[in-house]
Design a protein around this ligand. Structure first.
Ligand code: ZN
Length: 140
């Protein structure tokens, strides 16, 4: 159940549970991994307990190639909880080369961000003590 008292506060790393906590554990080691279903060879993101295609609960964690393509983005001019001082900033949806889409911060000026632009996935600490995936546009 959502904690409505915290709805306007910054998210906290210690609130991550299950597969989500495993995902952030890899980020803390400086690595972005996503799940893969060995039964049907599908990559999965966001983290989950079972494959949505075949129902297998035997999922593995695999490193990503580190490349992706910007599918969509928006510019936050006010900033959400924990990020008000960072505004304006870009939030994008990137289709990783593995075929899954990931939401995150695009570390670039708005003028350098383009739909279908290639990005590199890196890990950066945007909130204190919480490394998360971020996207950096590649020079074209
Ligand atoms: Zn599967």
């Amino acid at each position: 159940m959502a904690d409505t008292a915290r709805a306007h506060e910054a998210p906290r790393r210690e609130d991550a549970r299950g597969e989500e906590a495993t995902f952030f554990g890899f980020c803390e080691a400086g690595e972005v991994r996503i799940q893969r279903c060995p039964a049907c060879a599908r990559h999965l993101y966001p983290p989950r307990g079972a494959c949505p295609d075949c129902g297998s609960v035997v999922l593995t964690w695999v490193p990503i190639s580190g490349g992706g393509t910007l599918y969509s983005f928006t510019v936050h001019h006010r900033g959400g909880p924990g990020f008000r001082d960072a505004a304006p900033y870009v939030i994008g949806i990137v289709e990783l080369d593995e075929g899954v889409r990931m939401l995150g911060r695009v570390l670039a000026d708005v003028d350098a961000v383009h739909i279908d632009g290639r990005v590199t996935v890196e890990v950066a600490e945007l909130l204190d003590g919480w490394p998360v995936p971020v996207f950096v546009p590649r020079a074209s």
